[in-house]
Design a protein around this ligand. Structure first.
Ligand code: DX5
Ligand code: ZN
Length: 234
C-alpha cells in the first residue's frame, strides 16, 4: 500500500486476433503486469481464458503474469496455472470453504515461487481477509462484480481499498493493493490510489483508449496525482 503505482492491463480487452502485437505494445508502454482474467462460466457467467493461453503467453513475454482466477474450484486447478507460468495468482475468497482451504491456496502459490493474493466480490466482507493478510503479497479489491470488462466502477469501492490499507498498515505494510473494474485515468484511478491502491487493473482504460500504449502512462500519472492530492489534504 502507498508504494509506486503499477499498471496491469487486462488482456481480456486486447485484440485476440493480434494478441502478440498487443502484448508487445503493452511492453513498449511500460506495463508492470499483464492481468489475465480466467473465467469458468460457473463462478461467473462468462467463459474466457485458460491454461493453454497462459502457457503461450509466458513464451512471448517476460512481463509478470497476474492471474485472476474466477473459477469455482481453484484447489483443483491452481497447480495447472502455477505450472503454466503464473507469477501472481488471485483466488476468490467466495470459492474457498474454510480456513484450511485458504491456507492451502496460499502455501501452494508460495511453494511454487509465485506471489499469493486473495480477492473478493464487492459485497464480501473485507474483515474476512484479516487472518491471512500477513501471509499475502497482494489483495485484489474488485470494484465491479466480476464477469465482464467495460462495467462501471461501483461508487464507494475506494472505501474498501481504504479498509484493506488500514488492515495492511497494522499487519503487512509491504502488501500490494490491486483494484479491478471500471478504472480509468479520468477519475477512478486517482480515487483508489488516494486510499492506498498500488496496482491498477484496466481493460477498457487501456484498450478502448485512442492510444493504448500511452494510456498506461496516463493511468499511472492519474493514480500518482490522486495520491499526492490526498497526501496534501491530510
Ligand atoms: C472483471 C475482470 C476485470 C475486467 C476489467 O471481471 O476481472 O479484470 O476485465 O475490465 P475494465 O477495466 O474494462 O472494467
Ligand atoms: Zn480481473
Amino acid at each position: 500500500m502507498f508504494g509506486e503505482i503499477k499498471i496491469a492491463p487486462s488482456i481480456l480487452s486486447a485484440d485476440f486476433m493480434n494478441m502478440e502485437r498487443d502484448i508487445h505494445m503493452l511492453e513498449a508502454g511500460g506495463t508492470d503486469f499483464i492481468h489475465v482474467d480466467v473465467m469458468d462460466g460457473h463462478f461467473v457467467p462468462n467463459l474466457t481464458l485458460g491454461v493453454p493461453f497462459v502457457k503461450q503467453l509466458k513464451r512471448i513475454t517476460d512481463i509478470p503474469l497476474d492471474i485472476h482466477l474466477m473459477i469455482s474450484n481453484p484447489l483443483e486447478q491452481l497447480d495447472w496455472y502455477l505450472d503454466a507460468g503464473a507469477d501472481w495468482v488471485s483466488v476468490h475468497m467466495e470459492t474457498l470453504r474454510d480456513d484450511d482451504e485458504v491456507r492451502q491456496v496460499i502455501d501452494r502459490i508460495r511453494k511454487a515461487g509465485a506471489h499469493p493474493a486473495l480477492t473478493l466480490k464487492p459485497d464480501y466482507p473485507i474483515e474476512s481477509l484479516e487472518p491471512y493478510i500477513a501471509d499475502l503479497d497482494m489483495v485484489l479489491v474488485m470494484s465491479v462484480f466480476p464477469g465482464f470488462s467495460g462495467q462501471s466502477y461501483i461508487e464507494g469501492s475506494e472505501e474498501r481499498v481504504g479498509e484493506v490499507a488500514a488492515m495492511a498498515k497494522r499487519l503487512n505494510p509491504d502488501l500490494l493493493i490491486e483494484v479491478d473494474g471500471g478504472i480509468s485515468a479520468g477519475r477512478t484511478a486517482g480515487l483508489v490510489c488516494a486510499q492506498g491502491a498500488d496496482v491498477l487493473v484496466a481493460g477498457s482504460g487501456v484498450f478502448a483508449q485512442p492510444n493504448p500504449e500511452e494510456a498506461i502512462g496516463f493511468l499511472r500519472e492519474a493514480g500518482r496525482i490522486g495520491r499526492e492530492a490526498d497526501k496534501a489534504e491530510r
